[in-house]
Design a protein around this ligand. Structure first.
Ligand SMILES: [Mg+2]
Length: 414
């Protein structure tokens, strides 16, 4: 079993199909502003970055210079974005073949026309367990008329239709998100080639394609009615409650100034708890005081490395932290630049307020879990509920908070 999580997300941003009519003429379809002023692609990039993919590769084609201009070399949170332009439009298989030299052994592939709001690390887990060359996130839709349908049994895809049925009614379709092994490109005979229409049916014959159904918001901007629907719903999708988690003593065992990766041990149920929050659509923000940096016990780099180790270990469990916030300050430090009582240092609310400024958070449903009074004071000053975690199983603890949220939250308020 491969013990490193996938680090690369490839997004097909060819945008040849211009079903949007007039507006699409000089902007590639994935760059169309669809919710507010945000290009559709920004939503996909944000999704990949939140899940911890560090290397985001956009495969552009039609109007590729526009994509390059907007995204190549951009940094989004912990991810670096690069754009590759295919020399000629040769289908999704052609785009991937042209990019072969930069592709990791296994990578996430996202269709640039589709938003399917799922737990990407959970899909990756399905791929790891199946060992298949391709793993598909399947989506049940109320009307599958425009789509080729997919039949799954016991985690394997056993039928992949080549064409849309053109019959209205519910069905199971590919949700436009895949985990692929690079070897899958060996099956491409001649170009042009469509991965979905030409390669997946071959994998079905070989029994080497896995699939799992996921529930989540689905929007395909390639269908004509989507832009209007999308404008209303996609902006709302980003508005979520947040779980603010203290780090030491909540996620990992607190050894006192924990910073060495080899000392990292999870609190029982920590990965499961975070996955539960991911699956319920909560943002998960770590808010951690790292006074050891001000005190000169270790550096900022050590703290970031420790956070990355948490990220990678969570990814293998199908879970992710959307953003780590850390405060390196302490009034009694020895490192001058961090020696002060900063607004970020809990019990001050700086980190929580910054997270809520950077992300559209439903404050009244958000909460913090911490193991110190100062954590709870920070929550209180930021205006979110605080829960004291005194040890034990974190999944049970957070499960109980979520259960009470569901009872207390009146969904008609959305
Ligand atoms: Mg703590």
């Amino acid at each position: 079993m491969n013990e490193a999580p996938i680090r690369q997300a490839v997004i097909l941003a060819e945008g040849k199909k211009t079903r949007l009519g007039e507006v699409a003429r000089d902007i590639p379809q994935p760059m169309q502003p669809i919710a507010g002023d945000r290009p559709f692609l920004d939503h996909l990039l944000e999704m990949a970055e939140r899940h911890g993919y560090q290397d985001i590769v956009l495969l552009a084609g039609h109007l590729g210079d526009r994509v390059t201009e907007a995204y190549d070399g951009r940094r989004i949170g912990g991810a670096a974005v690069r754009v590759l332009c295919e020399p000629a439009p040769l289908g999704t298989g052609g785009a991937l073949t042209a990019a072969r030299a930069v592709l990791d052994e296994q990578f996430l592939l996202m269709n640039g026309d589709v938003m399917f709001d799922i737990n990407l690390r959970a899909l990756e887990q399905v791929a790891r367990q199946s060992g298949a060359l391709a793993t598909l996130a399947l989506c049940r839709v109320p009307d599958a008329c425009h789509y080729a349908q997919v039949t799954e049994a016991n985690g394997r895809v056993i039928e992949f239709q080549k064409q849309a049925t053109n019959r209205s009614g519910p069905g199971t379709i590919g949700g436009g998100i895949y985990v692929l092994k690079r070897e899958v490109l060996d099956l491409i005979g001649h170009l042009p080639c469509s991965i979905e229409r030409d390669v997946f049916p071959l994998l079905v014959q070989r029994g080497d394609i896995a699939g799992a159904c996921f529930e989540g918001y689905f929007l395909d901007i390639g269908v004509s009615e989507a832009p209007e629907t999308g404008r209303r719903s996609l902006a709302r999708l980003r508005v979520r409650p947040a779980a603010f988690l203290d780090r030491d003593g909540v996620i990992n065992v607190d050894d006192g100034y924990s910073h060495r990766v080899e000392d990292l041990r999870f609190i029982p149920g920590a990965a499961e708890a975070i996955r539960l929050l991911n699956d319920r659509g909560y943002y998960v923000f770590v808010v951690t005081n790292q006074a050891g940096i001000a005190r000169g016990y270790y550096g900022l780099d050590d703290a970031h490395r420790f956070n990355r180790a948490i990220r990678d270990r969570l990814a293998l469990e199908g879970a992710h932290v959307d953003r780590f916030y850390l405060s390196p300050y302490h009034p009694d430090g020895i490192v001058a630049e961090f020696t002060m009582d900063h607004f970020d240092r809990k019990p001050n609310p700086g980190m929580l307020l910054r997270a809520m400024a950077e992300w559209p958070v439903v404050k009244e449903r958000s909460f913090l879990v911490g193991d110190k009074d100062t954590d709870l004071q920070a929550a209180d000053r930021a205006g979110v509920a605080g829960h004291f975690f005194g040890g034990g199983d974190l999944a049970g603890f957070i499960g109980a908070i979520l259960a009470s949220d569901e009872i207390g939250w009146d969904s008609t308020q959305t």
